[in-house]
Design a binder for this molecule. Sequence first.
Ligand SMILES: [Zn+2]
Length: 590
Amino acid sequence: MGLFDDEAPDAPPPGPSLFGDAPAQEAQKAAAYRVLARKYRPTSFDDLIGQEALVRTLRNAFAMGRIAHAFMLTGVRGVGKTTTARILARALNCTGPDGTGGPTPDPCGVCDNCKAILADRHPDVVEMDAASNTGVDDVREIIEATRFKPLSARVKVFIIDEVHMLSKAAFNALLKTLEEPPPHIKFVLATTEIRKVPITVLSRCQRFDLKRVPVETLAAHFTRIAAKEDVAISEAALTHIARAADGSVRDGLSLLDQAIARGAEDGGEITAPMVADMLGLADRGNVFDLMDAVVKGDIQAALKISDASYERGADPGVLLSDLLGLAHLLTRMKSVPSLATSGALPEMERTRGAAFAEILSIPFLGRLWQMLLKGLQEVETAPDRRAGAEMILIRLCHVADLPPPGELVKKLTENPTASIGGATPGVPGGGGARAVANGNVVMQAAAPRTITFQDVVALAQAKRDAMLYAHLRHSVHLVRFAPPVIEMRLTEDHPRDLISKLSHLLEDETGRRWTIVLSTQQGEATIDEQEGVATAQARDEALAHPLVQAILAQFPGTKVETSEAPEAEPDLPADWAALVPPDELYEGDE
Ligand SMILES: [Zn+2]
């Protein structure tokens, strides 16, 4: 390994000691070992990883001599906010190797100011953690200190970390100084939660958003550090760490520390499975194997993989959430094929991922995603997480057998006799609701076509008379339809002008008077009622279909809904007048 030897060159020679050798040596080594995050903390803007925009802006500001008196650095933990603050403190105070230099974006690191700030012992650079100093008194101390000129620096720099933690009174006290800062004072405020910082404070600072560092940038950075540390670690292992770091250099480096410590125990190269094990991750290859099993519907293989990862100590939910991540990745690869050749992806994703993306459809991947999302919630609430995860996997394996919902609907509607698994189907009719609703009228009869009450309703729809249309469907119990006479019973809530509106509509369309007779007879159910019945009937028929039953068995809790057929433009007779029989033909009851 060599790491610890480098760090502890002065380890005592082997020999007996009062307390025994090994522990004493270990303790020395541990004490001498500096954590990577500290050892490789950037000391110049160029060393900052993944913050190019910030560095560019700061460089410009220094070049133009327009340096803000207060900075607000924001970003997730570990992206380099306090590191940036310290580099800024040196940039502002550096005097150059010969002691004559001015503020510079490239502090020399050798002048007295640089050295003192690097060593955290400059009297004019004050760091305060607002998380533990939230009160107004803490801020007052700072404000008091701003009244005095710097002891040895060019400007006093106050670095306040986690500034959002300050109390309201503390913010108010700070605000006054921020409004009219003495020329020899600079503030560098840092926060992970910018939204909790009052806008009055924000508006007085130059704000910099530090970005989450991309996985590939982190991986490249860790590769360099591993090489410097003379640590043998595989590329895949470093990618694991870079991913787990979630954009944070510091978090990634402390994971690398852990991996190195483990590797020191085992000797030899640090491998991806070792790191995956350390992170509690399922091995990447495993996830692809699992996807393979799910796609093939091979339950046995899927459960075997899940057993193995459980035995390795991986959480059952992690395996599923890795599968979820893979479903997302494959969907992206399908949508952006160039991803398969980009360097952003590790080797396995590029090769095996591309192969999957080739054969899997977007709808399949979408379904997989949804089921996994739901499944993950189920695992959280399951009394036995492992059992919960296994049930999800079994369910997923069955998805491979089932046609996607879109195709399913097509099968059910276009080909009602279609069946899956050889069962005799219960034939739900496509668009059943409408067919049944219209069962008692001859809507689609061949010419000579006769006018029906449905045509009248359709006419109101075609004329965009929404109120009339709605009430014809809702309020009319048809007793007899014999153009130009309509007998009907109206529901109690019918609008007063329904009859007159209907008369006008028909007269306008046909050029003759219609007789609308109010009846006390029961009549037919309203159209709304008929279609309600029809919808329920269509639903029952759909539920009885073996395919639907199979789905319900696989996915308990699935809701079956019959969707309304889309409102089509009404199919109206071309010439109403010609179709309405002459009056003489009508023999009224009265
Ligand atoms: Zn310097």
